[in-house]
Design a protein around this ligand. Sequence first.
Ligand SMILES: [Zn+2]
Length: 393
Amino acid sequence: MSFPTINAERLLSDLTHLGQIGADPRGSLYRVAGSAADLAGRDWIDKTMRVAGLHTWRDEIGNVFSRRTDSEGPWLLIGSHADTVPGGGHLDGAYGVIAAMEVLRTLHEANHPAADYLETVAFYDEEGVTLQSNGGLVGSTALSENPHVQELMGYLELHVEQGPRMERAELDLSAVTGIVGVRRYLVEIDGQENHAGTTPFELRADAGRVATRFGALVRDVCRNIDATSIGNVGSIVLEPNAPNVVPGRATVQVEVRAGSEKALDGIEALLGEELQRIASEEKCTAGLRTTSAKPVAEFDTRLVDTVEQVCVRNSERFERMLSYAGHDASVMSTKVPTAMIFVPSTGGYSHSNLEHTPDEQLVLGTQALLESVVAVVNLMLATDVSERHSLAA
Ligand SMILES: [Zn+2]
């Protein structure tokens, strides 16, 4: 099969252009959702696609869409988010949006049959910077609740990795198999406050010692249960927090991420056991409470396989991987067959003006997106309508 080739020059110059909207002199972006710069960015996306002869529109929340004027669907949606964190980089979100625009324009200009089944999106407010956006993913959540989602045959998102794994493994492309689930815990430990000089070690009920012993174990527990999981002890608070007082109370905040609910359950159970063991050894009492739990997003295996075939054809420096950061694709995957493609992040930097990916990899990723689009459209059109969405399970 031969494919149209994306216009690399247009891709890179559009990335530069969007990267100037909301930029400060150091190149840090302030295109926070709802800001004047964010509105200007989405206006520019809209206008660029209209100038290319495509039909554009916005939904109530402010997501910007485009497709061919005479296309009747169902559509494969491609895109990412248009907003940034304060002081963000020019690739997070923007790369997936611009690449989607490039893919639709290339297929439209080539009059390729897949162009009639394609729709692009620039999602509103993925980052969730402001209080009212309640943790982000605002635009994709709104779309997932809109009847239009039923007219979609799937969702593909191209994104920069935002971490160092791909660069360290010398990869060009990754097919993302899913997005980690995230659980947060509050650990509360009670002991007995006492004089830190006169109380012998063996007579203490030292809540601080339980907190630090437990905190040091979190890594081992994660590694023990699932080598791809990761955890963090982000806060330890001791009371009364003074050098000459044995802490009578301690609270610890722990976050854990893993690619399966089974691994998350295993880590949670083992954390609970270890906490009880350490607390009783230290003559304290302790409890572990879940404060939030974001489920694992598992992408559609047929779409992931299709993306993998395309990527491998374009570069042998390829691996499947799990995403440790959240994306609009996690919301979309609850409604339609979904997959993602990653390109490396130089130095692993993201949410920073140091965000960078070599041009060749930006171009390669966009071409892989185009070829994935053609393959997924063909796959879905060959699949019975009743089975299209069931692929998501
Ligand atoms: Zn992003």
